[in-house]
Write a protein that binds this ligand. Structure first.
Ligand SMILES: Nc1nc2c([nH]c(=O)n2[C@H]2C[C@H](O)[C@@H](COP(=O)(O)OP(=O)(O)OP(=O)(O)O)O2)c(=O)[nH]1
Length: 175
């Protein structure tokens, strides 16, 4: 089974009084438009597969740096997602969020970064299951879920069949 990570950097957006911008204060999340590999052409958080000997947190930090050039710190565990394909466990994904980072998001070969207000996340251009768990992650809740896909490899061309999802879970192992 593949072990992978996702990281969702968050920042507060406040209206600039001087420009007469009357939008409400909101949180924005840093998404990427993935340019290659699994989920190509879709939006996601920065992330990817664990390398040998790496902890999930180390992986999330490395992938965020490699994909968008942002140095993230103080990652908070927000979710554990299991993706099954035709009844077999395919990928286990650790989900993090953070408000601590240095640098400016910069495009790479793999990803085009974009700050998006959390109530404007483009779920119609993401993995089909994301609308079920990502809103909770962006609102500060924790999730554990299993998402079942059918139809054979690759995972991003399989059909999303059904799921189980729990909110407000605690993660004992701090991974
Ligand atoms: N948001 C979301 N992410 C998912 C789902 N399923 C799934 O594998 N992912 C994530 C886990 C990983 O962060 C990412 C896939 O890993 P990756 O980006 O390293 O895959 P890749 O094939 O491009 O790998 P590579 O060429 O860069 O080695 O997609 C899903 O249903 N929703």
């Amino acid at each position: 089974m593949i072990e992978a990570t996702l990281c969702f950097p968050l920042r507060e957006w406040t209206p600039d009084e001087r420009t007469g911008d009357d939008r409400e204060r909101t949180d924005e999340v840093l998404l990427i438009e993935k340019r290659r590999g699994l989920g190509e052409g879709w939006y996601n958080g920065p992330g990817g597969k664990l390398e040998n000997g790496e902890t999930p947190r180390e992986c999330a930090v490395r992938e965020t740096r490699e994909e968008v050039g942002l140095a993230v710190r103080n990652l908070e565990k927000a979710g554990e997602l299991t993706f099954t394909l035709d009844g077999d466990r395919h990928t286990f994904c650790h989900v993090y969020r953070t408000r601590s980072f240095d640098g400016e998001p910069t495009p790479s070969d793999e990803a085009r970064p974009e700050w998006v207000p959390i109530d404007e996340v483009p779920y119609d251009r993401m993995w089909e299951d994301d609308r079920l768990w990502l809103p909770a992650v962006l609102e500060g809740d924790t999730v554990a879920g299993e998402f079942r896909f059918e139809g054979g490899e690759p995972l991003d061309e399989a059909d999303f069949a059904d799921h189980d999802l729990e909110r407000d879970v605690s993660f004992e192992d701090r991974s």
